[in-house]
Design a binder for this molecule. Structure first.
Ligand SMILES: NC(=O)c1ccc[n+]([C@@H]2O[C@H](COP(=O)([O-])OP(=O)(O)OC[C@H]3O[C@@H](n4cnc5c(N)ncnc54)[C@H](OP(=O)(O)O)[C@@H]3O)[C@@H](O)[C@H]2O)c1
Length: 258
């Protein structure tokens, strides 16, 4: 097979295209044959081992990493797939004590966050984050549609006046979110933070994939990434086998939780 180079943009368009037409048939090896702009892309992908086995593409680090980060998400056939991303300092903080978090990670990670939004059907964002950050939660840095937004607000602190103008945002607890997605065949649900919301989904054993972006800053204190309300012995902790991807000066830990 003669090899062709593709840009990161082309690789991203491929991911978006596949995500829109994902077949319901479960297979271990997926054969992809897609035309993106004028480029014919052929590859076979081993889902279990997250490996591109054969292809007509000459990969560089950016394009290969992009496929290896997003293929396990789009080729997951679960009805409701929950993915979370959090950017944290070297000492494990996601915001200062007063709630400042823009920006802990660099440009490449910001683009990655927008890509996670673009492949998702819903974003779940915590009520504290929604109020404190007033985030736009769009995909403005990349190609792809912005997903629907659900504010995780079990205490009901969000009032109608808090909703961003022209938005169709919804809020509530986890039960009301499940009601919202009940009739859907397949949903990718991206949990954008903060720490309390992500920890809630981890505790309920609902999280499928966790992206932790480790950023080379030391904050010395602030809001924690993960909140555990009980005393844990080191011997009780679970160890994961993440993949690592360099994003500028940051490192993304990609963890398959289940
Ligand atoms: N670095 C990053 O990647 C990143 C990403 C997103 C957000 N952030 C930062 O994260 C901070 C906010 O995060 P956060 O952890 O304080 O809150 P959060 O996750 O944004 O909001 C969670 C909301 O759910 C409520 N809640 C009620 N019951 C809960 C339960 N059982 N489990 C979990 N939550 C429950 C919380 O109330 P209570 O607060 O009263 O408990 C809170 O209102 C902001 O400063 C934001 O800037 C950082």
């Amino acid at each position: 097979m003669s090899k062709i180079s593709i840009t990161k943009k082309t690789a991203w368009s491929l991911i978006l295209k596949i995500n829109k037409s994902i077949p319901c048939v479960r297979r271990n090896i997926i054969n992809i044959n897609e035309k993106i702009a004028k480029t014919e892309i052929q590859l076979s992908y081993d889902i279990k081992n997250n490996l591109i086995k054969e292809s007509n593409i000459l990969f560089n680090e950016d394009t290969e990493n992009l496929l290896r980060i997003f293929f396990p998400i789009i080729f997951n056939y679960k009805k409701n797939q929950y993915i979370a991303h959090i950017a944290q300092s070297l000492d494990g903080y996601i915001a200062t004590e007063s709630g400042e978090s823009r920006y802990i990670s660099g440009k490449k990670n910001l683009e990655h966050i927008h890509m996670l939004r673009a492949i998702s059907d819903f974003i779940i964002v915590g009520a504290n984050t929604y109020i404190e950050d007033n985030p736009k939660l769009t995909t403005r840095l990349v190609k792809g549609d912005s997903p629907k937004i659900f504010i995780f607000d079990p205490k009901g602190i969000i009032k109608e006046k808090d909703f961003q103008s022209n938005s169709t945002h919804l809020s509530g607890n986890h039960k009301s979110f499940l009601q919202l997605i009940k009739s859907r065949k397949r949903s990718i649900i991206y949990i954008e933070g903060g720490g309390k919301t992500i920890s809630y989904f981890i505790k309920k054993n609902l999280l499928d994939r966790l992206h932790v972006c480790l950023c080379p800053i030391i904050m010395g204190g602030g809001r924690a990434s993960f909140i555990e309300e009980r005393y844990i012995k080191l011997s009780d902790t679970k160890s994961y086998k993440p993949n690592h991807y360099k994003m500028g000066e940051d490192i993304l830990f990609d963890i398959n939780i289940n």
